[in-house]
Write a protein that binds this ligand. Structure first.
Ligand code: AMP
Length: 284
């Protein structure tokens, strides 16, 4: 595995592979890798000739009172895991290489960024859209892999790619969970044993809503109330949102009369966790 820090060097590798006609997979991450990230890498390895991964904790997607400084960083373990999976190229830029002095150009994210996370984390998707487009320029791969765990982020990236004619195919990969259902997340490392138990409240609420829907309840207000109740009963201490919305537009629904997605952002102790589940046939 070749490890590079400079955007020019990273571009040169991808450019070389493109000239050879290779199918190139890209897996952008913020590191502190877990099986969820590694599943994206495995899928890329299966579907592409070469795989590039990136590790960069992107400061512009964190709000001023969020966990940028504390965000877990485990470079040695990450390098080891990626190298064991035979990743061809790892891009680990220092912050100054991506945000040089005077940096001031940002992507205004698409409308689908506005609800949910957009309300709770006002500049989050501006930072995400900006860094993702930068990475797509530095590493112009054939296919980019993202997790459905970050459902709205995936929708934002799909829209960005379509709106700005970015010549890259975006693939969404299923959420990888712990055996008890907790969605894997780098932020799970923050949880104490008691909080780890309470973190299951998200999966409990999502499975409750899925069961209710399966049993014929289609009123969104009822489904959302059940999610809230389960979240609080099972130990979440604050809910940013627990919503059932159209799975493509993320717009509010009165009844689930089309494919929908239930999305949760909730705090367990000081840790903010997100998760989601599809209701109905189609996924984003
Ligand atoms: P992050 O390092 O949190 O920015 O995540 C990097 C990529 O991994 C994003 O596309 C995430 O959606 C994806 N990802 C994170 N957790 C999971 C998971 N549990 N299952 C599948 N993909 C995930």
């Amino acid at each position: 595995m070749k490890i590079v820090e400079s955007p020019h060097e990273a571009y040169a590798h991808i450019d070389h592979w493109r000239r050879d006609g290779l199918r190139i997979g890209l897996v952008p991450t913020m590191g502190a890798l877990h099986e969820g990230h590694l599943a994206l890498v495995r899928q890329s390895r299966q579907e592409c000739d070469v795989t590039a991964a990136t590790i960069f904790v992107n400061p512009t997607q964190f709000g001023p009172h969020e966990d940028y400084a504390q965000y877990p960083r485990t470079p040695e373990a990450d390098f080891q895991a990626l190298s064991e999976l035979d990743v061809d190229l790892l891009f680990v830029p220092p912050q100054a290489k991506l945000y040089s002095e005077g940096f001031s150009t940002y992507i205004h994210p698409p409308a689908i960024a506005e609800p949910l996370e957009g309300v709770c984390r006002p500049d989050h998707f501006r930072g995400v859209a900006t860094i993702v487009l930068k990475l797509f320029h530095i590493l112009p791969a054939t296919v980019a892999y993202f997790g459905q765990k970050d459902y709205q982020q995936l929708a934002v990236i799909r829209r960005l790619v379509e709106d700005l004619d970015v010549p890259i195919r975006v693939v969404g990969c299923e959420t990888v969970r712990e055996p008890d259902g907790l969605a894997m997340s780098s932020r799970n490392r923050y949880l104490s044993p008691a909080e780890r138990q309470a973190a299951l409240s998200l999966w409990a609420a999502l499975t409750t809503v899925k069961e209710l829907f399966g049993a014929g309840t289609d009123q969104v207000a009822e489904l959302e109330k059940a999610m809230e109740q389960t979240l609080y009963e099972r130990g979440a201490n604050r809910i940013d949102y627990a919503r059932v919305v159209d799975c493509d537009s993320l717009q509010t629904l009165g009844r689930v009369d089309r494919p929908a997605v239930a999305l949760i952002a909730a705090y367990v102790g000081a840790t903010r966790l997100i998760d989601n589940i599809l209701l109905g046939e189609r996924g984003a």
